[in-house]
Ligand binder design. Sequence first.
Ligand SMILES: Cc1cc2nc3c(=O)[nH]c(=O)nc-3n(C[C@H](O)[C@H](O)[C@H](O)COP(=O)(O)OP(=O)(O)OC[C@H]3O[C@@H](n4cnc5c(N)ncnc54)[C@H](O)[C@@H]3O)c2cc1C
Length: 400
Amino acid sequence: MSAPQPADAVVIGGGVIGAAIAYHLGLSGLGRVVLCDQGRTAAQGATSRSGGLLRLHHTASPDIALTARSLPVFENWAEVIGGDCGYRRTGFVMLVGEQHTDALRENCERVGAFAGHRRSEVIGTDDVRTLYPGLSVEGVGAAAYEPEGGYADPAATAGALFTAARRLGVSPSEGVRAERVVERSGAVTGVQTSIGLIESPLVILASGAWGSAPAAHLGIQIPVIARRIGLAQASLPGAGRRGSPVSVPTCVDDTTGGYFRPEGLDRFYFGVPSNPDVRLDHDVAPLTPQEVDAAVAAISRRVPAAAKAPLVGTRSGLDGYTPDRRPVVGAAGPEGLYLALGFSGGGFKLAPAVAELAVREITEGGAVIGKAAQELLEPYRPQRFLGGRPIVPEAPYDHM
Ligand SMILES: Cc1cc2nc3c(=O)[nH]c(=O)nc-3n(C[C@H](O)[C@H](O)[C@H](O)COP(=O)(O)OP(=O)(O)OC[C@H]3O[C@@H](n4cnc5c(N)ncnc54)[C@H](O)[C@@H]3O)c2cc1C
């Protein structure tokens, strides 16, 4: 074991959340920031397997507020962060059953309230067909449309964040597992890792599905369950080409619980409901032919051309799910420990806002960042589960 390394902050976890936090810590001028990942950065967990769908439409106000702060960063990536996150504006469509028409309208109004000029508007099913001829609207009661919705490339996004963070002096350490957060007299003093001690007064756990394990001995037990989720990719020439007879949007379909998006002009990604069980000490099993076949059958009802589209690949990854399926963001336990984990299958689109707000809170303190900004994180605090304050959607659907 080497001699203890000194640092001003340690970020545990090199997914998109850890990368974005490390970048903002670098920007803040805090000093020496170390980011460690047990595997390769942006490769081990959910981030590199993610679908990268970007939308404002959610069923709970706190999520809308964070995505409204994040989307402009994806849209203006080169100017704000530098490099390329692969953002592509395809338009986003939310489909719901008849029984959720009122809820859809309410959620669109909330998007308007949080996102200003950005629209999420209720449109007729005929309009959906006109905009995206590749969609069948059978069984759809109502639809909402967001022109700015789309997707970004999660691996490219994390890569660009790492490049920007490195420029600011952040040093990523790969193949370094954080074993336990070290504390003395109620304050964090560092992290014991698989290659030795890193001394630091600030430790941020951005450990995704692996949850709060390195802080468990300090009484930090956040209810995060690791779940396996998957996507398949098919060849569908024209899927991403406006005006093509098979053109599709980035879409969440609450009538089936499915989601999908075009990839470039000629490919198509769709969610694959899969056996959610995982063992954290094993690599995630690839999707099985049975899982993919069932998903193709289901998605073909909404995108008929998918039935005959040749499959070209699959992705499976694991993410950490909390009881209310929202992340945990905030201080917990000894002074200097901060959590940003359990992003429950939806963390990619939140990363820019969560990281910016979390780092401002950590480095400037609540009083300085202002009540309005801090209130955006307030619903996500780790203590909400103990206090019986889960996030409850104001206008839920069947699957959201
Ligand atoms: C198939 C799939 C599709 C998805 N689609 C979307 C989507 O369309 N839109 C969206 O917004 N979100 C989507 N998500 C969810 C999103 O990708 C995740 O919520 C997000 O990537 C989580 O990022 P993270 O940094 O918290 O976690 P991760 O990317 O999992 O990173 C956590 C990292 O922490 C490391 N780590 C953990 N414990 C330790 C330790 N003790 N020591 C060192 N390192 C440690 C891990 O190795 C890992 O690299 C999807 C996820 C999957 C799997």
